[in-house]
Design a binder for this molecule. Structure first.
Ligand code: TXA
Ligand code: MG
Length: 326
């Protein structure tokens, strides 16, 4: 799918201080050489992301951790052994040498070893750390295909590696091991109980995904069209009443059956949490592009394996249809 020549080209772009979008198993990342502050600054410029939001450093292997983290606690070793390469990000005390532009000036650094084969080849050939946030404009829906990335950024990105659809479909779980007790800052595909079984303690719910930028937190991962969460039995009813007053409605259904309504954009979501997460962002993009007045999302179950999906949906609802300067 991605040739060795493309990997070599991407490595050359990174070494020259350029931006490379690459697939990971969670979502696509917008990468720069983490050791080159000017290159990392380009990420912030292209995304429209505030400088106080730190970025994740992607590395090829956990053996590289000491280059980025001043302290690697036992819990980090355990989690890395169990879940890396994979959709888990660890927040650790930063090594002195890490650039402030990567950490947002905080005393911690976020590190992850991704499992997507293209990301692994890129990291192995590059050798250093690749700073990469999700490849989307700030506050918007993450990209799960190379096409999403190209549509989002056009020529502003020097190189886009196409590794197909991201497998997991939502961003990594973020566990903060820099404080007195482990905290889950962002739920992900790896559940809290799986983390607890490895570290021997239930991680505290972090709630705040980026402690340095409160206020912007609730609104994230959002389409431009207003997004409303509704209970299953109300979805069809609300779609009907909006349609009757001349509104165009888009719906992401879970169990509801599609009604016969004019101008309705309708996607039936997969009924298992893994399938739902995998398809979520592509579905939200498609419904957003349908040019409707509202996106109605039928609430999925509240069970533990749905925690990450429910977290992203709540943020999408909070952030939808807010002005573009967020
Ligand atoms: O799955 C993922 O994690 C994807 C792929 C590309 O790896 N990346 C991703 O990055 O979602 P981003 O920047 O969109 O989200 C990372 C989150 C941000 O909310 C950021 O504020 C937080 O991690 N973060 C990064 N470094 C941190 C730190 N030192 N302390 C606390 N939060 C941090
Ligand atoms: Mg993001």
């Amino acid at each position: 799918m991605v040739s060795d020549r493309e990997i070599e080209h991407a490595v050359a772009v990174l070494r020259a201080g350029g931006l490379v979008a690459f697939p990971t198993e969670t979502v696509y990342g917008l990468g720069a050489d983490a050791a080159n502050p000017d290159a990392v600054r380009k990420i912030f410029a292209v995304k429209g992301r505030p400088a106080t939001h730190p970025v994740i450093v992607h590395i090829a292997d956990a053996v590289q951790l000491p280059a980025w983290a001043a302290e690697v606690p036992e819990a980090a070793h355990r989690l890395a052994r169990r879940f890396w390469p994979g959709p888990l990000t660890l927040i650790l005390k930063r090594a002195r040498s890490v650039n402030d532009v990567v950490t947002g000036g905080q005393d911690t650094v976020a590190v992850r070893v991704p499992s997507h084969p293209v990301a692994r080849r890129l990291l192995a050939r590059f050798g250093g750390g690749i700073a990469a946030p999700s490849a989307n404009r700030f506050g918007r829906v993450s990209a799960t295909t190379a096409e999403h990335v190209r549509r989002e950024f056009g020529d502003a990105v020097d190189c886009v590696l196409d590794g197909g659809e991201a497998d997991v479909g939502i961003e990594s779980a973020i566990v903060d091991l820099s404080g007195a007790a482990p905290a889950l800052l962002r739920p992900g595909w790896i559940r809290a109980d799986e983390l607890a079984s490895v570290i021997g303690a239930w991680p505290a719910a972090g709630g705040a995904e980026a402690p340095r930028a409160p206020g912007t937190l609730a609104a994230h991962y959002a389409p431009r069209t207003v997004l409303i969460m509704v209970e299953g039995d109300l979805l069809v009813e609300l779609a009907g009443s909006l349609t009757r007053v001349g509104k165009r409605v888009a719906a992401l259904a879970f169990s509801a059956r599609r009604p016969l309504l004019q101008g309705l954009a309708w996607i039936a979501a997969p009924s298992d949490a893994r399938g739902y997460a995998h398809a979520l962002y592509a579905s939200l993009r498609a419904l957003d592009d349908a040019g409707c007045d509202a996106i109605l999302v039928e609430k999925p179950p509240q069970a533990p394996e749905w925690a990450a999906v429910n977290d992203r949906l709540a943020r999408a609802a909070a952030g939808s249809a807010v002005p573009d300067d967020t």
